[in-house]
Design a protein around this ligand. Structure first.
Ligand code: FES
Length: 439
């Protein structure tokens, strides 16, 4: 079949360009990836108190994530059980109950239908309200404060799905005594591209920094070497996940632990094992993707020009598929709860200036990803490889760069970040999902 043909190409480091924008592929992705796997919904600090809620999405399913009266996190389909109205339209808030704007049905934090306008008069006593509770998202689990939901009640446990990514999440999210908190309101914006283009970029493409982001090196707000993103390890993990760990080099004068305040270092020793501690000490940047569409970047970025120190931050973002050529980005800045307030603010400003929607690096990327989608919708590129040679190049390092067995962490680590190994693994996982007959 067509998709088996794609698999054969992907295994050779090639991707047909039509796979970015083909409507049938997009539909298959909604059905066989986003409806089946774990999707990131939010961080526990966003719903810290009973009644706190945020509204999120799993692809096209609206989700109401709420802390109930007992303190448990619940996720409901954000759609009234009467006529289907989207129940809650605010991004976040705190409520004791949710009242539908259409006919006024009211649901408590446990999702139970507690109020009906003109209740017994119109429905009679016999209507069993318990039948009309909000519909629950079938599975909700969390790791290091990161809450995920799945529409598939038979999905594997979240920790199994994350696999070795957990070890690297620990470095970013589990190094402090009290974990992380979301700072500011998560930002949302739309990019006219396909979700795979952005996920693949964060997951496996440090190669683009030398060209796409060169102006930030020239301005002195990125590390001073244009090749900075190549030094380190590209690490292929199970299930299509991947992470690049860009290591600090002595000649770059980068401080240990990504420049996090020295007062925090004893805490890192308490919370990380010695191997993790050593890796984190020598890390300058982490960037990667948790399959399918949860990406993260923890870089060092400057806000004050070439003579100012660079400040690190931790940013997670979801690339929500809207159409084959549009995504909604939701982007969270996370900071250690135990960090000094001055560092939290500096970290937030560093994020806003680089990877917020108006940030330098973010705009560089969005412009390029839009161009990829724009150039992938025509007659030639949509041709199913019959008349034209329509495959794109994911060959970097294939059969040439060998894994480095001395890497102390989990996963298959290659001794450079200029490599397409994670991208190849990402697309292999993607095509396996699309071809899975069990679905
Ligand atoms: Fe919600 Fe009617 S649709 S109360």
């Amino acid at each position: 079949s067509l998709l088996e043909n794609v698999r054969a190409k992907v295994q050779r480091g090639l991707l047909p360009q039509w796979a970015f924008t083909d409507p049938d592929v997009f539909q298959a992705e909604l059905e066989r990836i986003f409806a089946k796997t774990w999707n990131f919904l939010g961080h526990e600090s966003e719903v810290a108190r009973p009644g706190d809620y945020v509204t999120r999405w799993i692809a096209r399913d609206p989700v109401l994530l709420v802390r109930d009266a007992e303190g448990k996190v619940q996720a409901y389909l954000n759609s009234c059980t009467h006529r289907g109205t989207k129940l809650c339209t605010a991004d976040f808030g705190n409520k004791k109950a949710f009242t539908c704007p259409y006919h006024g049905w009211t649901f408590n934090l446990a999702g139970e239908l507690t109020g009906i306008v003109a209740g017994n008069k119109v429905y009679g006593k016999e209507m069993d309200r318990s039948q009309w509770s909000l519909r629950k998202i079938p599975r909700v689990e969390s790791y290091q404060g990161m809450i995920f939901g799945s529409l598939n009640e038979h999905v594997e446990p979240l920790e199994t799905f994350l696999g070795d990514m957990k070890w690297y999440f620990d470095l970013m999210l589990g190094r402090s005594d009290h974990g992380m908190e979301v700072r500011g309101i998560p930002q949302r914006w739309i990019i006219h591209t396909n979700w795979k283009i952005s996920a693949d970029n964060f997951g496996g493409d440090p190669y683009h920094t030398a060209m796409t982001h060169r102006s930030t090196v020239e301005l002195g707000i990125s590390p001073k070497d244009p090749m900075y993103a190549s030094y380190g390890y590209q690490i292929v993990l199970d299930n299509g996940h991947g992470i690049n760990i860009v290591t600090r080099r002595k000649d770059m004068n980068v401080p240990p632990f990504q420049g996090l305040p020295q007062a925090m270092w004893p805490m890192f020793e308490r919370n990380l094992d010695p191997v993790q501690l050593d890796v984190f000490r020598n890390t300058m940047i982490t960037v990667g993707n948790c399959f399918p569409n949860l990406s993260f970047v923890s870089p060092m970025h400057g806000t004050g020009g070439p003579d100012e120190p660079l400040t690190s931050f931790v940013n997670f973002r979801v690339w929500r598929p809207l159409t084959p050529t549009s995504i909604e980005v939701t982007s969270w800045l996370m900071v250690d709860k135990d960090a000094p307030e001055a560092f939290k603010e500096a970290s937030y400003l560093s994020y806003v200036g680089s990877f917020g929607p108006a940030g330098t690096l973010e705009q560089d990327d969005a412009e390029i990803w839009t161009r990829v989608a724009e150039a992938s919708q025509g007659w030639m590129t949509q041709d199913k490889d019959v008349h034209y040679n329509n495959v794109l190049n994911y060959l970097m390092g294939l059969d040439r760069v060998e894994p480095d067995p001395s890497w102390p962490g989990p996963g298959v680590a290659y001794p450079t970040c200029y490599l397409d190994a994670i991208s190849r693994a990402f697309y292999e996982r993607w095509i396996e999902c699309l071809l899975d007959d069990a679905i």
